[in-house]
Design a protein around this ligand. Structure first.
Ligand code: NAD
Ligand code: LMR
Length: 339
């Protein structure tokens, strides 16, 4: 924008806007939580049976009289939904229920992301950025990106910010610190139970997290035992814990993480790293071409992988195991003819 001219509205398309996460997302985006003081046009893309719920949310959005909200359009047609979109949040997909792993959703959900990728390719704005929330998110991001050959693969990501924020929350609690004092946590790999929540480079109030844990828990051995036996499984299986306790999958925390993911991509992270599942070019030995979670930063133009972190054997083994699972999911959707 030239000096003095008002900022142009940003067009944000949200799929599955009539669902649980959608309901927790729309109002905060329209209130400025995601893009700062930029006007926003919302496009809600649903399937026919979800249209009424999306229409209801649109009525409520109007009733909030939000000064940044320029328009709300609702459609069940992907091309109209993604027309001119600057940001696409692909939430629409079936959630798992108790007893399922996220990969069990592959056959139910994978078919959604090819057509949506193709529609994005055809009609989205040239600066489109996409975050995939629907599970299994890493593989769905791969499918969407593969169906959008004209959009650089780096513009797609799958959400692991919720896992990241969960890890920050658990670590802060164990250390008796505030979440704002925790930096440098990384989620590696798949948004699944094999993910590796890594604190080896994390700082708590400026001190190595491992040292702080060691002091509080009674030595380095006790700190490592807590990390391996409690922290890692708690974070990796938190989605299932929420489903068991709440009766349905996480919604407000997922929406919060999706907002943070887009906000930090668009407004920048400064020198702080966060986590997102982005396209691997072979960084840290992760198979090229898959969407795997890494430590990332953004200067406002999109996420870049932070390189050069040292990995010990423990980290190496866990990252390899999770990346192998993503490769296996890729091979499974190839076998289904979806890739
Ligand atoms: P939900 O069932 O409440 O809502 C999903 C909505 O998507 C429904 O309104 C449905 O009509 C719509 N939908 C289905 N297919 C669609 C399509 N092809 N196009 C557009 N809309 C479509 O589910 P939810 O709780 O909002 O969860 C949505 C997805 O997000 C699930 O797959 C869930 O597992 C996943 N999730 C991911 C994370 C993460 O961290 N990555 C966190 C929480 C949930
Ligand atoms: C989560 O992490 O809460 C979501 O991916 C939902 C799920 O199935 O775990």
């Amino acid at each position: 924008a030239t000096a003095g001219s008002p900022p142009q509205p940003v067009t944000v398309t949200i799929t599955g806007a009539g669902g649980q996460i959608g309901y927790a997302l729309l109002f905060r985006i329209a209130a400025g939580a995601m893009l700062g003081d930029r006007p926003v046009r919302l496009r809600l893309l649903e399937v026919p049976q979800g249209m009424k719920a999306a229409e209801g949310a649109a009525l409520e959005l109007q009733d909030c009289a939000l000064h940044l909200l320029r328009s709300v359009d609702i459609t069940d047609d992907a091309r109209s939904g993604f027309e001119g979109a600057n940001i696409a949040m692909l939430v629409g997909a079936r959630p798992r229920t108790a007893g399922m792993e996220r990969a069990d959703l592959l056959s139910a959900n994978a078919g959604i992301f090819g057509p949506q990728g193709a529609a994005l390719n055809a009609v989205a704005a040239p600066d489109i950025r996409v975050v995939v929330v629907g599970n299994p998110a890493n593989t769905n991001a791969l499918i969407a990106a593969a169906s959008a050959p004209d959009i650089p693969g780096e513009r797609f990501a799958a959400l692991t910010r919720l896992d990241h924020d969960r890890a920050v929350g658990q670590l802060a609690q164990a250390a008796g610190a505030s979440p704002t004092d925790v930096r440098g946590v990384t989620i590696w790999g798949n948004h699944s139970a094999t993910q590796f929540p890594d604190v080896d480079h994390a700082l708590i109030a400026g001190r190595p997290a491992r040292d702080v844990l060691s002091e509080r828990l009674g030595g380095p051995g006790a700190a490592l035992a807590w990390l391996d036996d409690e922290f890692v499984p708690r974070v990796a299986k938190r989605g299932a814990e929420i489903i068991a306790v709440r009766g349905s999958s996480s919604a407000a925390s997922a929406a919060n993480a999706a907002i943070s993911h887009v906000r930090d991509s668009v407004l920048g992270t400064g020198d702080e790293s966060v986590s997102a599942a982005v396209l691997s070019h072979g960084e840290y030995g992760v198979a090229e071409g898959i969407y795997s979670s890494f430590p990332v930063t953004s200067d406002g133009t999109g996420y870049r992988i932070v390189e050069g972190l040292s990995l010990d054997d423990r980290a190496r083994a866990r990252i390899d195991a999770s990346a192998s699972e993503i490769v296996a999911e890729r091979d499974a959707v190839r076998a289904l003819g979806l890739l």
